[in-house]
Design a protein around this ligand. Sequence first.
Ligand code: HEC
Length: 149
Amino acid sequence: MMCKRLTAVLLATLALCACERVDPNSPLAQRKAIFKDMLRTSEDLGGMLRGRLPFQASGFKDGAARLDALAHQPWAHFPKVRDGGDSSARPEVWARQAQFEALARDLERATGELVQVTAASPLDKGALKPPMDRVEAACQACHAQFRTH
Ligand code: HEC
């Protein structure tokens, strides 16, 4: 009797664990990890320009290069056919792929331009603001159409 109940509890616990664990190699987990990294990196760059963080030319330059590299990475982890799971991607990602791809290219172009501006020496904080604004606008333009929140 006791044993049966224990088994039931154990099985329920195992089932719960199986549901909650997300395979870190799944396309969903991989693109989410890249997006999170992109957010951290762009927040640091924006923070340096807005005075939330101390501005450091070399740190900004490295961050811009990192953001540009990351900006190319999420797209390969959107499978051709919509995947399930805890995704905040709208079905439009798959229904309007050409538009989605175009906005991905816009972001890549914006981060590329940001990197170009960081080649100047000495780095002028004021000159970095417009290209950084364009990067942030590229994130938002896509989220407004293709993300649920
Ligand atoms: C071309 C479209 C597109 C662009 C550009 C884009 N995103 Fe996203 N982003 C998405 C989609 C779609 C999702 C939802 C992914 C999912 O849950 O399947 C997402 C999700 C996210 C998430 C949530 C990740 C999570 O853990 O659920 C963050 C954070 C994020 N994006 C940050 C950014 C930042 C920062 C930029 C710009 C530097 C950016 N994104 C540019 C489409 C885009």
